[in-house]
Design a binder for this molecule. Sequence first.
Ligand code: GDP
Length: 296
Amino acid sequence: RQIIEREDQKNLIPRPPVVTILGHVDHGKTSLLDAIRHTNVTAGEAGGITQHIGAYQIESHGKAITFLDTPGHAAFSAMRARGAQGADIVILVVAANDGVMPQTKEAISHAKAARVPIIVALNKIDRSDANQDLVKKQLSEQGLMADTWGGNTMVVPVSAKQKIGIEDLMEAILMTAEEMKIMANPKGKVFGTVVEASVDTKKGVMATLLVQNGTLKMGDVVLAGNSYGKIRAMFDFRGKKIQKAGPSTPVQIMGLTDVPTAGDIFQVYFSEKEARAVVSAAKADAALNRNLPKAT
Ligand code: GDP
């Protein structure tokens, strides 16, 4: 965020919103992510999107939306702990038959602390024991007054299972994004966050990055946490090879020396030599700090 503020305003253009799904266990986070993925995939690709790299992008009304598909408060908090702006918008899933539960409240406080707007997906409306009004009342007690009740929280009734209301949810996201004026400079300084990373026995370190500003290209030298390296291959969330990735685009890269941590901020450096020097200096600093007596 701070780095974006240094970008010249005139170079900023809208970028797709990055959305994360939070909510109580079993309220339907995974089902909703799957429903969104399937509803918005063009016919030919339907079978293709089976792998999960931690994020995916869909298109609705000709506009892109990026979803982080590792639901859970831990991932969201990990990003925040490292100072990264994990997501622009939180979708809070609340099961209409179960209502506001402890993890629902936790998600609300996480989103509020991060000053990220919340859209409520009132899920499982297909169930006979669903009680939408009761849940809206519970939400109002948490400071989220439904728009249909004169408040300013969009509450969208959905059924992830029967794929009802998914389009309405996408529209709510696009409307919120438009009001927020989410911007980036595709030609500016390249940085973003690490969504997830692991070691593949054949390919080496595979890291999913979410570009937040600038355009990441093949051959770029990336530094993330204490890991760095030149990008040897890049893939989109479908596993298709790509050459570059602009703002809000999730991309899987090959070529890092070590496994970075989810939530680490990455930046592009001029050369591997420069990146190595930065990592060595950081490691030396850390060692020095460990050996220093505690300040009194
Ligand atoms: P998560 O723990 O929040 O990721 O929840 P899941 O997506 O795993 O869903 C928990 C359970 O609720 C599963 O058995 C789903 O099939 C079920 N479920 C999810 N969405 C709906 C829905 O819209 N309607 C109904 N009836 N069941 C749902």
